[in-house]
Design a protein. Structure first.
Length: 243
């Protein structure tokens, strides 16, 4: 059996596991999620989560692995679910630790197994374009570029985790960037999940609005003082390569 075939089988198996976990969690939680607008419903939801204990944490972590490892799920729904299950701060802590663990694993796998490993999971042509870009070859600029890219909503953060293993960046720096630069998005999602659990839909929208506004202001300021237009070039490069 060829390497490519093994990887495909592995991805299929992991995808099936992720889908089964999602269906299982929906079956388990939907009955109590219907009444989240009531105090009784919120209490029932909390009890359901508490009863699941370590198994619930493990299931949510499994979804996080599938989301980052295979890009088969968007990150926001998992972050919202974490906020609903464990509150804004608890969900934030869970997602942050999960991302740190998974990012570390992927980064060192890439460093150990090399480009072939990345090409097995990502589009080879896209990876080569980004990897060979002058911007991403510059050790002095690559960390700054990654911080910006991880902060901006909608950028392919999980693809960047793989590619970062091929870039001139220290392991600890990448792990810290990947974990903490995405915090604005994670904070908005986990706290939105917490307010959704209380039936406060408007508050969730406000949280997202404020977060996107703050990120937008930060990006605007960076671009204003970035005379070399490094950030704009990096964004343009990423957008062109993921099409």
């Amino acid at each position: 059996m060829s390497r490519k075939t093994k990887i495909k089988i592995f991805r299929i198996i992991l995808t099936i596991i992720a889908v089964v976990i999602i269906i299982g969690m929906l079956i388990y939680l939907i009955p109590v999620m219907k009444n989240l607008s009531t105090v009784e419903g919120q209490e029932a939801f909390k009890n359901k989560v508490n009863d699941s204990g370590f198994v619930g944490l493990l299931m949510l972590f499994g979804l996080q692995v599938a989301q980052i490892f295979l890009f088969i799920l968007p990150g926001e729904p998992i972050e919202i679910l974490a906020g609903m299950c464990y509150g804004g701060w608890g969900g934030l802590l869970f997602i942050t630790i999960s991302v740190c663990i998974i990012t570390t694993g992927i980064f060192f796998l890439v460093r150990k197994l090399g480009r072939k490993f990345v090409y097995d999971f990502c589009d080879e042509e896209k990876v080569k374009k980004i990897e060979n870009s002058k911007l991403f070859k510059n050790p002095k600029k690559v960390e700054w570029i990654l911080i910006i890219l991880f902060m901006i909503p909608g950028t392919p953060k999980d693809l960047l985790v793989y590619i970062s293993g091929l870039l001139p960046i220290k392991p600890l720096h990448l792990i810290l960037i990947s974990t903490f630069a995405r915090l604005p998005s994670v904070v908005s999602s986990t706290f939105a999940g917490n307010t959704l659990m209380k039936g406060e839909w408007k508050s969730s929208l406000i949280i997202y609005g404020i977060t996107f506004l703050l990120v937008g202001v930060v990006i605007f300021i960076i671009n204003k003082f970035d005379k070399s237009k490094t950030t704009q070039e990096a964004l343009k490069s990423i957008q062109e390569d993921i099409k």
